[in-house]
Design a protein around this ligand. Structure first.
Ligand code: L34
Length: 295
């Protein structure tokens, strides 16, 4: 079987069109959603993601307040900026792009963000709400994965999903979202990680594989059941002298081989990445609505 490719870019375009008309309705009420964007340092991948997020904001009518800080920025300066954004009524969401430089305590910064403006869903308050099934900002990449499955007609109810990777950004939250007793959840979830013995033993039993290890070729064709759905969250830059940029992007899945066994598969680029950005826009619009008593 050759898999159908899930077009994440197209799904992102569809959701952004929906959001754009919501933003237009808010504008009639004089409401403009605002996103505070903070990038510390010069990491090339982070710079390109942040620029893409700001461009996407502009396209649907979200105001973005851009702050690019030097790598040597002190933690107190960063915390002071977050505090200003917490108090600024024009700002409905705050994005502190990760990773932060090593001298900054990431969890202290995430804890400083007002949970009502935590559009990344990384604050422990929102993580806790998500785990107990209360309404919360859902982290963008896992939420993007859930939306991709839903909009591709994949029902997770009763399915065995194997998640590969236990990061706070992807693995842990996506596993949690999939076990929730609600639409988009109700799955049986196995969470695998670097200490898992015989990863292939687990993935071969999966109806759905979510690869979020951060390492190319983590999932190879021999590890995939015929007809499985494969979602590749990885975005790895590998050197490639034949490309103008000097690198190409690959996911965590051996795409060429795995697509011959899967029924549905996401590509990299053009799979989960555009959805991450889209769900950030979604959360920012939600936050603006909540701040104005619209639900
Ligand atoms: N605070 N930090 C915070 N929030 C996030 O949600 C992120 N993440 C991850 C890294 N740090 C973060 C992102 O924004 C990963 N991530 C992200 C965002 C966008 C894309 C990939 C990862 C993306 O657009 N990927 C494109 C290719 C982009 C390219 O050409 O480099 C794709 O099609 O996959």
């Amino acid at each position: 079987m050759s898999a159908k490719i899930i077009d994440g870019k197209q799904v992102a375009v569809d959701i952004r069109a929906e959001l754009k008309s919501e933003v237009a309705k808010l504008a009639e009420k004089g409401i403009v959603p605002g996103l505070g964007v903070i990038l510390v340092g010069e990491d090339p991948a982070s710079k390109s993601y942040v620029s893409a997020k700001e461009r996407a904001c502009g396209e649907i009518g979200i105001f973005s307040d851009d702050h690019r800080l030097p790598v040597e920025t002190k933690q107190e300066e960063l915390l002071a900026l977050v505090e200003r954004m917490n108090k600024d009524p024009k700002i409905n969401g705050i994005l502190v792009q990760l990773p932060l430089p090593k001298h900054i305590d990431e969890s202290a910064v995430l804890l400083a963000i007002d949970p009502d403006k935590d559009v990344d869903g990384f604050h422990p308050m929102n993580v806790g709400k998500m785990v107990v099934g209360e309404k919360a900002f859902l982290p963008c990449t896992p939420h993007g994965v859930i939306q991709l499955l839903k909009r591709s007609g994949v029902n997770t109810c009763g399915k065995h999903v194997v998640v590969v990777g236990r990061s706070n950004i992807v693995g842990k939250p996506v596993a949690n979202m999939l076990i929730q007793k609600q639409e988009g959840g109700n799955a049986t979830v196995t969470l695998c990680h670097t200490r898992t013995k015989d990863l292939g033993y687990h993935t071969r039993q999966a109806d759905i594989i979510i690869a979020a290890s951060g390492c190319p070729n983590t999932v190879t064709a021999d590890m995939v059941k015929e007809g499985a759905v494969v979602i590749d969250v990885g975005v790895n830059r590998v050197e490639d002298a034949t490309r103008e940029r000097g690198y190409r992007l690959v996911g965590d899945v051996d795409f060429e081989a795995v697509k011959e066994k899967a029924s549905l598969i996401t590509p990299v680029p053009g799979g989960v990445g555009p959805m991450t950005i889209t769900m950030l826009l979604y959360n920012t619009v939600e936050s603006a609505k909540r701040a104005n008593g619209i639900d």
